[in-house]
Design a protein around this ligand. Structure first.
Ligand SMILES: [Fe+2]
Length: 288
């Protein structure tokens, strides 16, 4: 191979490696936060659907989906006592959680690919009425990509189960978004989101943690068992929130989590999902 071609190939693999390192950071968040199994995947998927519906060019759709996958990175800097607390947060604890937007920005800024994702990481909790954080920006002063991800993030938070509360039905969560149009949520993007949701476009996203992989229910505390693509029947896992042990068993075409005390002896956290990571690197390499 010619030198120039070799150099080009080398450069491409450096960028692919950087993308891989950026995406790996998302698993740091899921490892820290036991309640958000699959949240990053779902928000990325919803953001992709919404950005497509909003008519963004395909490369921009993918950039926004990538940024959505990393939006909560700053949560790695929130103490366990707050991040893992069951039930309502105190005012002070809520302020601590809010810092994740600023922490995410500061953590990511030195990364060579940071410019693709920082505005979403920093501003996904701003609100058009200025009551959001960290800067209290209003209306169109909030970056468009962050306004888009904010709708998807809030919807997923509402429809996801927590140990201390059940997730809202999709219809109800869409009504909440409708009530907040122009105040909590961008009016135009929010309207488009409602159209998608009411047309049933979120059916393979809500309650899933990957394409075709539904979240499994932890009998003891809620549906926070995430099965990665490589999990086999017979593998053990445990609930990251309440530590109950489980084993994956095949049931027809699907896989069920069955209570098994041996599971609690295992780490439960299998690490980064290498297969999903490969898939995402391949998908988002178009952005490099
Ligand atoms: Fe967040």
């Amino acid at each position: 191979m010619e030198r120039a071609a070799l150099a080009l190939q080398g450069e491409a693999s450096v960028y692919t490696g950087l993308l891989r390192s950026l995406l790996l950071l998302a698993w740091m968040v899921e490892a820290r936060d036991p309640y958000t199994g699959g949240h990053l995947w779902r928000v990325a998927h919803l953001a992709e659907l919404l950005a497509e519906a909003a008519g963004f060019p395909s490369k921009e759709v993918q950039r926004i989906a990538l940024a959505a996958f990393l939006h909560d990175l700053g949560k790695v800097g929130v103490p366990d006592s707050t991040l893992c607390k069951q039930g309502k947060l105190s005012g002070e604890e809520y302020q601590t959680v809010q810092q994740h937007a600023e922490i995410g920005l500061r953590l990511l800024q030195p990364h060579p690919l940071a410019s693709m994702v920082v505005s979403v990481v920093h501003h996904h909790h701003e609100r058009p009425d200025g009551k959001g954080y960290p800067l209290g920006l209003t209306g169109d002063n909030i970056p468009l990509d962050a306004r888009l991800v904010a709708v998807c993030d809030a919807f997923d938070a509402m429809t996801s189960h927590r140990p201390y509360r059940a997730g809202m039905p999709v219809e109800h969560a869409l009504d909440v978004i409708e009530a907040g149009l122009g105040q909590q949520f961008d009016a135009h993007l929010g309207e488009l989101f409602l159209e998608l949701g009411r047309a049933g476009r979120f059916s393979g996203v809500v309650g899933f943690c990957d394409d075709g992989i539904p979240l499994a229910h932890c009998d003891a505390c809620g549906p926070v068992l995430v099965r990665d693509r490589t999990a086999q029947a017979g593998d053990f896992t445990r609930c990251p929130a309440c530590k109950a042990g489980y084993r994956w068993v095949l049931s027809g075409a699907s896989m069920l989590a069955v209570v098994d005390d041996e599971g609690s002896q295992h780490m439960g956290w299998t690490g980064s999902d290498g297969s999903l990571l490969d898939h995402l690197v391949e998908r988002w390499a178009v952005l490099l």
